[in-house]
Design a protein around this ligand. Structure first.
Ligand SMILES: [Cu+2]
Length: 704
């Protein structure tokens, strides 16, 4: 299907955005860039009360602090669609609508909240909340996201994880690669098409540790065909965004992590809790306590100990439009409502940082139908493990026995997989829960997202008793065993160098990943002996290389001479930037060897590689048994501990793209390298770097 969108063309609007924002006269339209206080009346009241008591002596300091949260005034002229913004996806969403521009106005800011220990901690949020807004669109839509940096002293940027961004790689959001961070007070319009990509994905901050500190949210791209296949027939769908969460700001922990001289093993900070759509992080009472509580119809969280409010505290301003009473505000579990006798699709997203999460629903099997946007041959499992940045869709339906017994409510569980933790974290709450509740009427499509019920599930983890035998007979989940639906288009055939290239050789790029304590006793991640260093704020490889990849065609094409980006091969650029420059349309196999004793979820920007194979030990071509016929494509895959993986791409998406471990500690410690892919040498498509991207790099020295 052709897309009606030109790829360039937003430059005029970008130019407007470069101006000063607090003047309010030249700013772009943003009908609802919300005042964070207006959007969160409950928190405002709470803070006011606390501060009125505590800061009587220093009212001026408080006022100063308040005014540091700038509200950017906008007019209302550019809104094209109404932004739907809920984790309960709208069943009326028109999957057959003509290509549409969907416009979002976001302000990134930091909010402080009191932590368990009584101190303050900071979360980085969009429009006052974490997880931030949902982007919901159709294939071939164009997305406009105006991102205003409301942080006082840090740059920011947003990455659209898994979306290929054809023709607009400079909006990929990877700071130091595709752009410089957006300076404080400035706005960048991210303007890209979705192409024909469909499925479940997410956006997140890609500057420093902001993602770990809360800067993330879901992206759902619908396909007009998604309800057609009988095996994926479902009546409602819900998004569950999972994250492992730290009570200490991650940007404070990073220097400690990198210089933990006395630790013998890699000391990634052990998460404090897990959240599901920002809620349900516990602590959870044992089953006996829960039963008693449920029997007496008294919520267990009615006791307002400080520990009982984590879910709420983790989510300042989390959609709470219906939370008009105290009892509702105290509810802390995300609730999924499913209609009796129907099938529900759950879109599962790991938006966290370090701990893999084991996901299950009491008394239910999960029928897995999607991995990172790729349809999979449906497979039934008892539970699954989500690695950081991975996504799955599963179908669930109530077992007959439960229906007969009148069991209507079930726990959804997300439990940390703990084998990578290097030390004991005494404040750790390893499990988060949500509620799955069957109702007689259709599932709510309102924006109410936290439970309003007073009865909690009483189910235990595991199968319903009448189906135990079948349940235990189900295979163990294995991400490397997933395959695309057999013989079903539109799965592209695996390309090879005979069919898909213009005389470009089929190239193999090996890379070896390790985490080591260096000479200075710092913990660093290495790829082929290099350890990526985050460029200074005014630098980005894709912007600095103005005579390289982006202006490729202007230099006469053909791939020779000129800028640093043109010569094919793997090189270390100044500033410890490891860059593999490819030829357009080249088929490339990456052989990744993981020398570390942990699994690492690797993510390639701009592509969904074919996942050819993985194994333990070192890669041996003769015995590797690669799948060269029906491999799955996905953008985030696990390279096993002390093992290997082989993935393939065809370099048909020009741009600078990061390829890195998605455990943010490892990326920031150096575990990242870059692909530089030029446009076609015939000059049919040129990439023009938007002036706004260049200007934001130039403006950094002036700010700092
Ligand atoms: Cu890693």
């Amino acid at each position: 299907m052709p897309e009606p969108w030109p790829n360039a063309g937003a430059d005029d609007e970008q130019a407007l955005l470069m101006g000063n924002l607090d003047g309010g006269t030249s700013g772009p339209a943003a009908p609802s860039a919300p005042d964070r206080w207006e959007a969160r009346p409950s928190r405002r009241k709470r803070f006011s009360a606390i501060f009125a008591l505590m800061l009587v002596v220093t009212p001026f300091l408080f006022l100063l602090w308040m005014t540091s949260w700038v509200v950017y005034p906008y007019s209302n002229s550019a809104t094209i669609t109404t932004v739907h913004d809920s984790f309960v996806l709208d069943s009326q969403f028109d999957r057959h609508a003509p290509p549409t521009i969907r416009v979002y106005y976001w302000t990134v800011s930091a909010v402080r909240m009191s932590s368990e220990s009584g101190g303050n901690r900071t979360r980085v949020v969009v429009n006052g909340r974490s997880p931030g807004p949902v982007i919901e669109a159709n294939a071939h839509d164009r997305i406009h996201v105006y991102v205003t940096n409301g942080l006082k002293d840090q740059g920011t940027s947003i990455h659209w994880h898994g979306l290929p961004l054809p023709g607009t790689p400079f909006y990929d959001g990877a700071a130091g690669i595709s752009q410089c961070p957006i300076p404080p007070g400035q706005t960048l319009l991210y303007n890209f098409t979705v192409g024909d990509w469909t499925g479940t994905t997410w956006w997140h901050g890609h500057t420093g540790m902001q993602h770990t500190d809360g800067l993330y949210g879901p992206i759902i791209i619908h396909s007009p065909q998604e309800h057609n296949a009988a095996q994926t027939n479902y009546t409602a769908e819900h998004v569950l965004t999972f994250a492992d969460i730290l009570d200490t700001p991650a940007d404070e922990l990073l220097p400690t992590y990198l210089s933990s001289h006395d630790m013998e093993t890699v000391p990634e900070p052990v998460p404090d809790r897990v959240a599901i759509n920002g809620l349900g992080g516990g602590p959870h009472h044992d089953d006996k306590t829960r039963r008693l509580a449920a029997d007496s119809a008294t919520p267990i969280y009615a006791a307002r100990t400080p520990q009982e409010t984590h879910g709420v505290e983790d989510n300042p301003g989390y959609p709470n439009t219906n939370t008009s009473s105290d009892s509702q505000r105290e509810n802390k579990y995300f609730e999924i409502q499913a209609e009796q006798g129907t099938t529900t699709r759950l879109r599962l997203i790991h938006a966290g940082t370090f701990a893999p999460l084991r996901i299950s629903v009491d008394h239910h099997t999960l029928t897995l139908i999607e991995a990172d946007g790729s349809r999979v041959d449906p497979v039934k499992v008892r539970d699954l493990v989500l690695q950081p940045a991975q996504r799955y869709s599963v179908l669930i339906a109530r077992e007959r026995g439960d229906a007969e017994d009148g069991v209507d409510a079930f726990w959804v569980r997300a439990v940390m997989v703990e084998d990578k933790f290097a030390y004991e974290n005494p404040t750790r709450h390893p499990e988060a829960r949500a509620i799955l509740r069957y109702t007689a009427s259709p599932a709510s499509t309102s924006t109410s997202t936290s439970t309003t019920s007073t009865t909690l599930p009483t189910t235990l983890s595991g199968p319903y008793r009448t189906v135990e035998a079948e349940w235990y007979a189900l295979p163990h989940f294995d991400e490397w065993a997933l395959k695309p639906p057999s013989l079903e288009p539109p799965y592209p055939l695996l390309p090879n160098n005979n069919t898909n290239n213009n005389n470009n050789a089929h190239t193999i790029i090996p890379f070896i990943f390790s985490i080591q304590r260096t000479h200075e006793l710092n913990w660093r991640s290495f790829i082929n002996g290099t350890s990526w260093e985050v460029p200074a704020s005014g630098e980005a490889s894709g912007v600095g290389d103005l005579v390289g990849v982006y202006n490729y065609s202007r230099g006469g094409g053909g791939g020779g001479g000129g800028g640093v980006g043109r010569e094919a091969g793997v090189k270390v650029w100044p500033g410890d930037q490891l860059v593999a420059t490819l030829q357009y349309n080249q088929t490339v196999d990456f052989i990744i060897t993981n020398l570390d004793d942990g699994d690492h979820p690797f993510h390639l920007h701009g592509y969904a590689p074919w996942i050819l194979g993985s194994g333990r030990g070192r890669y041996k071509p003769a015995t590797a048994n690669l799948d060269l016929k029906t491999p799955l494509r996905r953008d985030t895959f696990t390279v096993p501990s002390r093992g290997w993986a082989v993935v393939r791409i065809v370099a048909d998406n020009p741009g600078y793209w990061a390829f890195h471990c998605h455990i943010v500690w490892h990326m920031m410690g150096g575990g990242l390298f870059q692909l530089a892919i030029p446009p076609a040498p015939d000059g049919a498509v040129t990439l023009t770097l938007p002036d706004a991207i260049v200007e934001q790099c130039r403006s950094w020295p002036k700010i700092s």
